[in-house]
Ligand binder design. Structure first.
Ligand code: PMP
Length: 518
């Protein structure tokens, strides 16, 4: 059903009355979305989009069971959390049962957003340890509150940010593809190398007299570029943090609730149990609900005389919604589905990468997948430098050859073999072209070149096929015809002429820097 919306007028009015730096997706061509169902969004003209990005609507947009639970409870009672209500208690019990011990024997605080959850986790960590400082991973985002912005390099490092505060200590992104220690993320030697660097950094912090109350890290890095933590990384860093008396917080706001497929919680893939886990986004399928799960001993330290009250946190409607989401995840076997569909998605990206050297590393777990878009010229140049023929018609062949040469050179050499340069413009062009072809993907990462997918968990194998075929089409369209010339001189794809969105180009220029990526 088409809805009558004058998009240009709405953009202008939105700019006038909403906060001036409120972000928009696709700022150069914003979408007026009026309806959602399952893995689909529909715009005001009835166009259907396959949603590859919304990990908030975890079990699918407007899932009928979640909608019914919300509507029924809203029509019965909604009040603050200072009254007894069975649903809240039942839901807390059910949520805890998804965690390993000792967290499952701990307790839950319900809040309204991921930011609030991380702020509360910080308060609890400070109360428990008596320490003040925070360690976080570079390029992480943990929320928009003053407290959480302070340990979100994704924000404080950039325009409008105040830089890193003295009480914040950042650890390098442990990326096995682009970081200091390279190899396979499944290689424990890579995880151990990053953990050793982190431990050394924390030792330096302690030696300078500063005490870390908590280490905050996502169990798989989202804004950091869909990075799968290398094997053993969290185990090593957790040990170092705990040795100093700090506690460990897993931010599962993006990656929790079975998205990784193999487990309910992504930290479980790292064989650790955090002291606190923060939950958000998927927990309420879009309803404002979030939570902090705390180990009992830690929660007892926070029970220090100051009562905790949060007007909306854990209200009966929120609890009914949360309970419905948990049930749907179980009843529809969504963990197993994430594993199988996500596996096919990664395999498909890799297969396309065989023919398109612009696709670098493909990584992820379950339905949390990222693909680096890179400049294949690096491979061509390296291969040329190694004495290969100059007319490299196939960048895929060049890559294979460069990798073979690097392999022959031995592992010590390979460590110096930098990955191909990130290609932000092409990643953005691909995302834009795919959007125009009805498939929504996002772009993120420190270099803005990682195509990321984190769709509703009802995403199907047919959806994977559609995503991959539109990806291939976008790659062909975004790529200049003469491939060898591209290899000589990579250049940004001219967005305006290619996408015919001239009228909005000015808005894009203004909003480009604030393009919503979360
Ligand atoms: N942590 C992570 C990892 C997030 O991605 C986000 C939101 N993108 C938050 C915390 C903050 O959540 P909210 O926007 O619900 O406050």
């Amino acid at each position: 059903k088409a809805a009558s919306i004058d998009v240009a007028a709405l953009i202008a009015e939105r700019k006038r009355v909403l906060g001036y730096n409120c972000q928009l997706n696709y700022p150069w061509q914003p979408m007026a979305v009026v309806r959602g169902e399952g893995q689909y969004l529909y715009d005001h003209e009835g166009r259907q989009y396959l949603d590859g990005v919304n990990n908030v609507c975890h079990v699918g947009h407007c899932h009928p069971k979640v909608v019914a639970a919300a509507a029924e409870q809203l029509a019965t009672l909604n009040t603050n959390s200072r009254y007894l209500h069975p649903t809240v208690v039942e839901y807390a019990r059910d949520l805890l049962s998804t965690f390993p011990a000792p967290l499952r024997d701990g307790c839950v605080f319900f809040v309204n957003s991921g930011s609030e959850a991380n702020d509360l986790a910080l308060r609890i960590a400070r109360a428990h340890t008596g320490a003040h400082d925070v360690a976080c991973v570079d390029h992480a985002y943990h929320g928009h509150l003053s407290s959480t912005i302070a340990f979100s390099p994704y924000k404080f490092d950039h325009a409008g940010g105040e830089g890193k505060a003295e009480w914040v200590h950042r650890l390098p992104i442990p990326c096995a593809y682009r970081g200091k220690h390279r190899g396979k993320s499944s290689d424990p030697a890579v995880g151990a190398a990053y953990a050793a660097d982190a431990a050394a950094l924390l030792d330096g912090t302690a030696a300078s007299g500063r005490r870390v109350c908590a280490f905050f890290a996502e169990s798989m890095l989202s804004c950091g570029g869909q990075v799968v933590l290398p094997a053993g990384y969290l185990r090593g860093v957790y040990a170092a943090v705990r040795a100093q008396g700090g506690i460990c917080v897993a931010d599962e706001v993006q990656v929790g609730f079975g998205r990784v497929g193999s487990h309910w919680w992504a930290f479980e893939t790292q064989d650790v149990v955090p002291d606190i886990v923060t939950l958000g986004k998927p927990i309420g399928n879009g309803f404002p609900l979030a939570a902090v799960v705390v180990r009992a001993e830690v929660a007892r330290s926070f029970d220090n005389g100051m009562g905790y009250f949060n007007t909306y946190g854990g209200n009966p409607v929120a609890a009914a919604v949360g309970q419905a989401v948990l049930r749907v995840v179980r009843d529809e076997g969504l963990l197993a589905k994430a594993l199988s569909v996500g596996g096919a998605l990664q395999a498909g990206f890799r297969a396309i990468g065989e023919a398109h050297a612009e696709i670098g590393d493909v990584r992820g777990m379950g339905l949390f997948v990222g693909a680096e878009i890179v400049k294949p010229v690096d491979f061509a140049e390296r291969a040329r430098a190694a004495g290969l023929r100059g007319d490299l018609a196939q960048a895929g062949a060049a890559r294979a050859e460069a990798e073979r040469l690097a392999g022959e050179a031995g592992s010590a050499e390979r460590r110096d073999d930098a990955p191909p340069a990130p290609w932000k413009d092409l990643a953005e062009a691909i995302a834009q072209l795919m959007r125009e072809r009805g498939v929504l993907v996002a772009v993120d990462g420190p270099w803005g070149n990682v195509i990321k997918l984190k769709p509703p968990m009802c995403f199907s194998h047919a959806d994977v096929r559609r995503t991959l075929s539109e990806l291939e089409a976008a790659l062909k369209l975004a790529r200049p015809a003469e491939y060898s010339r591209l290899c000589e001189a990579p250049r940004p794809v001219p967005a305006a002429s290619r996408f015919a969105v001239e009228p909005l180009a000015a808005a894009a220029a203004a909003d480009g820097a604030r393009h919503s990526k979360l």
